[in-house]
Design a protein around this ligand. Structure first.
Ligand code: AMP
Length: 186
């Protein structure tokens, strides 16, 4: 299976992505993890993107498309893959279509883990209040929400208009959501 897994920050996408990829035995390609690794290693890429990640903003489409192009040429993607965190903008989604056509690995499933913006923002504000300070962490988390709803939600619409989007309700326990995802990947 060749899966794109979309969903807002805080919806539990990372946890579910680990579960799906373990079950299907396919690589979990998280662009966020790739960038954090580059930062930890202090590579040229890491140095370039650190401030962008710290601010909750998006790395340039150009850089991300190049990164994913290299990753999808690796032999382990032959059996399938799950993309987590990419595409993040409509231009990235368009570039991905072109790339996958070129390497003949068309997507089989485009999943959206659906959680409303209000639920996620309320969670962030509640956590901020409980910790007794409205700190940088809450601020960056809110920025990441804003960026998602402005730039990444249109990616779901892009696939929706093509009739290819599978929405999964992301509310409920981890196990409940796992069950709903498994059902659509049958
Ligand atoms: P994530 O772990 O997917 O939430 O990604 C963490 C951070 O990495 C994001 O807030 C962005 O700064 C950056 N990032 C990850 N994937 C992308 C992408 N496809 N396009 C642009 N920036 C990205």
């Amino acid at each position: 299976m060749k899966i794109v897994f979309l969903g807002p920050p805080g919806a539990g996408k990372g946890t579910q992505a680990v579960f799906i990829t373990a079950r299907l035995g396919i690589p979990h390609i998280s662009t966020g993890d790739m960038l954090r690794r580059a930062i930890a290693e202090g590579s040229a890429l890491g140095q370039k993107v650190k401030t962008v990640l710290d601010a909750g903003k998006l790395v340039s489409d150009e850089l991300m498309i190049e990164l994913i192009e290299q990753r999808l040429q690796q032999p382990d993607t032959q059996k399938g893959f799950l993309l987590d965190g990419f595409p993040r903008t409509v231009p990235q989604a368009e570039a991905l279509e072109v790339l996958l056509k070129k390497i003949n690995k068309p997507l089989t499933h485009i999943l959206l883990l659906d959680v409303p913006e209000k639920v996620l923002v309320d969670r962030i504000l509640k956590r901020g209040k409980e910790s007794g300070r409205s700190d940088d962490t809450a601020e960056v988390a809110l920025k990441r929400q804003k960026v998602y709803w402005e730039l990444t939600a249109p990616v779901a619409d892009y696939y929706g208009k093509l009739g290819r989007l599978i929405k999964v309700d992301g509310l409920g326990t981890i196990e409940e959501v796992q069950g709903k995802i498994s059902a659509v990947l049958e």
